[in-house]
Design a protein around this ligand. Structure first.
Ligand code: F6R
Length: 368
């Protein structure tokens, strides 16, 4: 049942190409993005003038990525917030606000309460969920199901990639309803998404190299993760995986914040994982990160760099280099997250921990 693996999580990491492909399946028909359950009219979708994304944990990180895509494609303002903070604030919502609630289980207490808080103020709710018939989609006005299949490992892997995929579909659905993208542009973005499963499959081939680096770093006390733009939520997700699986101190930073404090943490041998953007897609971002790596390497950090294949500019600054295929900027997180999952799982195994059942954690957090 674990497909020849010691742990479900390792099997679920390998199922990610399928999870992304299945999440796309049936969501584009007759040239249009389709939701699974739409109890909202097309006019309601067109009238949306503001988006809030609410979620917890890894689902929240997928929501941070949604912001880049939704703002870019729809020109709607998007705020992303932890469900546990949103529900206790007094957010400004009305019937033209769309609240996107992301939850693998569909039962997370804080996310469910955030949905209720939103509905009390007449906001519309769209659920991105992996579990049919769970509470959050039942209370939502529209649903887009991630089709990752059951996730047994407590740490989210394939559900996370499926959430990122589904969030992008939500962005495209809004762009289509608002007319901020022409039908052929929506079709083009969708076909880019369809090319991702094969690329995720290729990233899985980096596993032996990633595992070797992980074993080498298994006794570190801290690992830092750096990224910019869509690489920033990836850095946060990489750090969360390492905390929960390997019980190791880890922190994700926006690379631009380095000089505002975190660079003081850098000392000899400190492992820093850097998520590089594509040199072609975002040349400016790329050169900024390159100078960040140079700075931390000069201060003695051990740099582990995730970069696009053929990006030779990073080589002099990368103590270890993990290459991933080229992909459109917004879609790169579907690739760059994967080595970080493998990295955390391998360190946890090297330290002798149960990868599927990290201490103190439950798969579904139904108490607050
Ligand atoms: C981390 C992880 C958790 C969940 C969070 C939300 O690996 O799995 O952070 O992402 O508890 O759970 P759902 O998506 O079920 O609402």
């Amino acid at each position: 049942e674990k497909g020849g693996h010691d742990y479900f999580m390792l099997k679920e990491i390998e199922e990610q190409p399928q999870a992304v492909a299945d999440t796309l399946l049936g969501h584009f028909a007759d040239g249009k993005i389709v939701l699974d359950e739409q109890r909202l009219s097309e006019q309601d979708l067109r009238d949306v003038d503001k988006v809030f994304v609410v979620a917890c944990g890894s689902a929240y990180h997928s929501g941070l990525l949604a912001k880049y895509a939704i703002e870019h494609w729809t020109r709607l303002p998007v705020e992303v917030e932890l469900a546990s903070e949103f529900r206790y604030r007094d957010p400004v919502l009305d019937r033209s606000t769309l609240v996107v609630a992301i939850s693998q289980s569909g039962e997370t207490a804080d996310t469910l309460e955030a949905v209720r808080h939103a509905k009390d103020q007449k906001a519309r709710v769209l659920a991105v969920c992996n579990t049919n018939g769970s509470q959050i989609p039942r209370e939502a006005d529209a649903v887009l199901y991630t089709r990752a299949g059951p996730e047994i490992g407590v740490a989210s892997t394939k559900a996370f990639l499926a959430q990122v995929t589904a969030n992008y579909l939500v962005g495209l659905a809004l762009a289509q309803a608002r007319g901020t993208k022409y039908p052929d542009e929506v079709a083009h973005e969708f076909s880019d998404l369809e090319s991702m499963p094969a690329l995720v499959q290729r990233v899985l081939e980096t596993a032996p190299a990633v595992r070797a680096i992980a074993r080498d770093l298994a006794q570190s006390s801290t690992v830092l993760f750096l990224g910019r733009h869509v690489g920033y939520p990836v850095a946060l997700e990489g750090a969360l995986k390492l905390k929960e699986l390997a019980y190791m101190h880890a922190e994700g930073f926006a690379a631009g914040e380095l000089k505002h404090g975190p660079i003081a943490l850098i000392e000899d041998g400190l492992p820093v994982i850097v998520v590089m953007p594509s040199p072609k897609g975002r040349a400016m971002l790329h050169s900024k990160l390159l100078s960040n790596i140079r700075e931390i390497q000069a201060r003695g950090a051990r740099t582990i760099v995730i970069a696009e294949e053929g990006d030779d500019t990073v080589r002099p600054f990368a103590d270890d280099l993990i290459e991933i295929p080229a992909a459109p900027t917004l879609l790169q997180p579907l690739l760059s997250t994967v080595p970080l999952q493998i990295f955390a799982a391998e360190i946890a195994q090297a330290r002798g921990y149960d990868v599927d059942k990290p201490r103190n954690l439950a798969k579904s957090v139904t108490v607050e």
